[in-house]
Design a protein around this ligand. Structure first.
Ligand code: PLP
Length: 355
């Protein structure tokens, strides 16, 4: 039995999603009316639902989280603008192009964050005082911090500070539904103070493709032009939007099960002296494991665990990630812990591959 914990993007669409995709009423989403809405009724339904759950005025369907974030940054900013962003955020570490001179040319200012990835308010304040910052980016939950969450209260305090300096806030909320499940709060309570939020339907929510960018009517209107310029416009895409609707309405209700699985996994490996797991950060569906105590690289763990039937993802030289999602059972998680612990137990210290 192969257990694949590389990412929650491996979630397969459930039967009702496939049926909804088959039945979807569609139109040309690229043909827009004066209010900016496209002609695909199912996309419009998804966008209205996204606006409702986030409490924002409007929303726009995008083909990926990456392009949703890029469109947000390019709508808030222009080339050369200063953007405060976490050094370990997905936007800065993985997406990169907004901050590359040869792409969108934004100027990153890296703020200090605590061990959950929550920006330190004093560090932000000192950046805002020193230089005129055009945008602040947050991430919730924090992928590289083991799926840790920023509370509604923390988000509010950060946004109040940003407001004092007239800095708009964009939230990469790819997994904001996991955060909502963790705090037992509606998504709208968590994102109320931010100006724009992107969330994914293609991760734990289980749709095959897609993210939603949400914000004010004026912001989304401009974002639609940015999306078009980037070639992100789509046509009869209600076929995919239909899956996103089921993701939000149905699959969001079961995320706590993934969180319980992640915690179970983490608690079964935490006693292992060759690795380190911060159990406090295992709040949602991600477990980040520091393997540096073992003397081996994350790449070696990834390769050799795969040979034993456990797929994990090396996310840095000495960190691996395991992620739970719909389709990963309690039994899978228990087996994964056994494979992992046995593998660590058998590692010989002399064979270290770290130079
Ligand atoms: C926090 C976060 N933001 C954005 C993205 C990008 O989403 P996509 O893979 O749909 O482009 C990811 C993807 O894993 C992510 O983890």
């Amino acid at each position: 039995m192969l257990i694949d914990l590389r990412s929650d993007t491996l979630t397969k669409p459930i039967d009702s999603m496939r049926q909804a995709m088959f039945d979807a009423v569609v139109g040309d989403d690229g043909r827009t009316s004066r209010d900016g809405k496209g002609e695909d009724p199912t996309v419009n339904r998804l966008e209205d639902l996204a606006a409702k759950v986030t409490g924002k005025e409007d929303a726009m369907f995008c083909n990926s989280g990456t392009i949703g974030n890029i469109i947000a940054l390019m709508t808030h900013c222009t080339r050369g603008d200063l953007v405060a962003v976490g050094a370990n955020s997905h936007l800065y570490k993985s997406e990169k192009s907004p901050f590359m001179e040869s792409y969108f040319g934004l100027d990153p200012v890296l703020y200090e964050a605590d061990n959950r990835g929550v920006p330190r308010v004093d560090s932000l304040a000192s950046h805002f005082r020193k230089r005129n910052t055009n945008l602040l980016c947050l991430e919730n939950s924090n992928n590289f911090f083991g799926g840790a969450c920023i509370s509604a209260k923390e988000t509010k305090a950060i946004c109040e500070l940003a407001n004092e300096y007239s800095v708009p806030v964009h939230l990469d909320g790819a997994r904001i539904f996991n955060v909502a499940a963790y705090y037992d709060l509606p998504v709208s309570d968590l994102v109320a103070p931010v100006d724009s939020v992107m969330f994914s339907v293609s991760k734990g929510l289980g749709a095959p493709i897609g993210s939603l960018l949400c914000g004010s009517k004026a912001f989304i209107k401009q974002a639609r032009s940015t999306r078009k310029l980037l070639g992100g416009g789509m046509r009869q895409v209600g076929i995919i939007a239909a899956a996103g609707i089921i993701g939000i309405e149905i699959q969001s209700q079961r995320l706590k099960e993934d969180h319980e699985h992640a915690y179970l996994l983490a608690s079964k490996i935490v006693g292992n002296t060759k690795i380190k797991v911060n159990l406090e950060n295992v709040q949602t569906n991600i477990v980040i494991i520091d393997v540096s105590n073992s003397g081996y690289s994350a790449a070696k763990f990834e390769m050799e665990l795969a040979e034993r039937g456990l797929y994990v993802k090396a996310v840095s030289n000495n960190h691996i990630r395991m992620t739970t999602y719909h389709g990963i059972s309690t039994e899978n998680v228990e087996k994964a812990a056994v494979i992992f612990n046995q593998y660590c137990h058998n590692l010989k210290e002399v064979d270290s591959d770290i130079e």
